[in-house]
Design a protein. Structure first.
Length: 385
């Protein structure tokens, strides 16, 4: 049998087992051949198309147990809040429409009357919120370790001493940490240093918040559970859409006293969606098996990397303290041309300018939609075309 034909038919057989059963009945013919097939190397998750999302939403809302929320309270939202709280080892959780708002409301409430916040210079909170913490809540963000994923206990102590010793005395109220760090190609903050920082902060009366948007990737790379990370912090935020394929949203978890009444602040900031259920209706099914499937995705990625490097056309580099990202270099073809050709095989790559010769690719559970050999040969054929 022709190798390409064998690999292609094998891929379709594998993909059909990954297609949700009710979804298989909801689509027919050519559409069934195109849905839930693409592999992507640019997203944190499955990068569902609108049609794929609609099929899964239809499936979720057919469940007898499904109940819509009312202004982001009760129903499916309340059930998912409880599920995330349990997975994180916290007493309670609250749904928020964005991770930006989750981080903001966490540090706002934790800070109280001590509005200075220690953050990484490369963090989302410092770079990607348009000075929202300062403008909306009067917080002062103190950025540490530019260009790095981590900072040290000595770095934090130096800032604390500088803050306390100013002509106008001020105190640090919150230590906010992001891990993995998106702006550092998803590198993680080293756990041992993190534990030392949090122990020191606790002794100083400094509250602690974890921006764990991609937290559920860390166990695969550090051997530490999500509960071990969450236990170091008063509050932790996890993205609902990045790994778990919701349309949008975040979960902010902490003790019951902290979360209680926070829905009033959510409403004050315009975040009480009248109907939040379409954003999260099927998130729970991806939460259940995410860590196991992410581990399998890396097994597939390692096989793909080995096949690509064996060809002599590609070289790959894993990052120190890396999580979902590795760097790939292709000989004799630009990343844009490779991306365009690979897309015809259902393998979607990020397109970078021609002068980028070593480009970052993301590992996610979409890699389980096709056998690793099929993905590797799609890239090899694209590089040779």
């Amino acid at each position: 049998m022709d190798r390409r034909h064998f690999l292609t038919t094998g891929a379709l057989a594998t993909a059909s087992t990954l297609l949700p059963a009710p979804a298989s009945a909801a689509v027919t013919g050519a559409e069934q051949e195109s849905l839930f097939r693409n592999v992507n190397f640019y997203s944190d998750g499955l990068a569902l198309t609108p049609r794929e999302y609609a099929v899964l939403l239809d499936q979720a809302t057919r469940r007898a147990s499904f109940t819509p929320d009312n202004y982001s309270r009760g129903g499916a939202i309340e059930a998912l809040e409880a599920k995330f709280a349990a997975r994180l080892g916290k007493e309670a959780a609250i749904f928020l429409p964005t991770g930006t708002l989750a981080n903001h409301l966490a540090v706002r409430k934790l800070a109280g009357n001590r509005p200075r916040v220690l953050v990484q210079a490369e963090s989302h909170l410092y770079n990607d919120t348009g000075d929202g913490a300062q403008a909306l809540s009067g917080l002062t963000l103190l950025p540490l370790a530019p260009g790095q994923a981590s900072f040290t206990l000595d770095d934090a102590k130096a800032w604390a001493a500088r803050t306390a010793g100013g002509r106008v005395e001020s105190r640090i109220g919150v230590l906010s940490i992001e891990s993995p760090v998106r702006r550092q190609q998803h590198r993680f903050f080293e756990f041992d240093e993190l534990a030392r920082l949090c122990d020191w902060a606790r002794e100083q009366g400094i509250r602690r918040h974890l921006d764990g948007a991609r937290l559920f990737n860390l166990p695969q790379h550090t051997g530490r559970s999500v509960k071990e990370y969450a236990a170091l912090f008063d509050t932790v935020y996890v993205s609902v859409w990045k790994h778990f394929n919701g349309a949008t949203g975040a979960m902010l978890a902490g003790d019951a006293g902290f979360i209680e009444g926070l829905y009033h602040t959510r409403r004050m900031f315009g975040g009480a969606l009248p109907a939040a259920w379409p954003s999260i209706a099927f998130v729970d099914q991806y939460l259940d098996d995410y860590e196991a499937n992410y581990a399998k995705a890396w097994q597939a990625a390692d096989r793909i990397i080995a096949l690509l490097e064996a060809s002599g056309r590609f070289t790959a580099l894993k990052l120190e303290n890396g999580t979902s990202t590795f760097l790939l270099k292709a000989e004799g073809i630009t990343s844009m041309a490779l991306s365009e050709r690979a897309s015809k095989h259902g393998v979607l790559l990020p397109g970078y300018p021609d002068d980028v010769t070593e480009f970052p690719l993301q590992v996610n559970t979409s890699l389980l939609r096709k056998p690793a050999e099929v993905i590797a040969h799609a890239l090899l054929d694209s590089a040779a075309a």
